[in-house]
Design a protein around this ligand. Structure first.
Ligand code: GLN
Length: 198
């Protein structure tokens, strides 16, 4: 649907829901906090927030949201996942908890908590050419990494050592870091552009 005020949801089961909602509203989106299938059915794009992917996974099953989210992804809904949200979008994960599932959609293997316990959090300036020349100040918090990406996956940001931290595949966008906490709005703008053009 083409609109200057795209209707988008933030999956609101756990995690930094408000931070995403604030950024999206600031960019002119009409934002719904999504906890139920009816709420998902009323939006044209969805953000999967940062938080704890194993908890969001369990709650999504308890709330009957797993299949609706999977169906939405399969039908081409634009989805943007940050950190835990990136884990939830991955077709394959390593270092999940016992029985942990993902929604899937992105042809990647994501390693959960990839930076280990010594380096819990760090910040770095990243080149992200699809967003322009200005680097992205990226905040990583117990972050995952894309360990492996299929041929249809665009690698949109890498650390200096080449490890992949942001990807795009059709209408799906995922970052291992949290633009919503650092005043970086260009990823959300890119997501909203995708929603408008879908
Ligand atoms: N380590 C968390 C997980 O496994 C992700 C952390 C985050 O979203 N900041 O889901």
């Amino acid at each position: 649907m083409s609109s200057i005020h795209p209707r988008v949801g933030v999956l609101a089961l756990q995690g930094d829901v408000r931070e995403h909602a604030r950024v999206l509203s600031g960019l002119g989106a009409d934002v719904t906090l999504v906890r139920r299938p009816e709420e998902l059915a009323a939006v044209d794009g969805l953000v999967l927030p940062g938080g704890e992917s194993s908890v969001i996974d369990k709650l999504s099953r308890a709330f009957g949201m797993r299949e609706p989210v999977r169906d939405a992804i399969a039908s081409g809904m634009p989805v943007y996942g940050t950190c835990a949200g990136m884990i939830l979008l991955a077709d394959r994960i390593t270092d999940g908890i016992e029985g942990q599932q993902t929604f899937g959609g992105l042809d990647v293997t994501v390693q959960r908590n990839a930076f280990g316990s010594q380096v819990d959090s760090f910040e770095v300036d990243l080149a992200v050419p699809v967003l322009g020349d200005e680097p992205v100040h990226a905040v990583f918090i117990r972050a995952p990494l894309v360990a492996d990406a299929g041929p249809g996956v665009e690698r949109i940001a890498e650390l200096e050592d080449g490890r992949i931290v942001a990807v795009r595949q059709g209408p799906l966008l995922a970052t291992a870091f949290h633009p919503e906490v650092s005043g970086e709005h260009r990823f959300h703008r890119l997501f909203l552009d995708t929603v408008r053009s879908t």
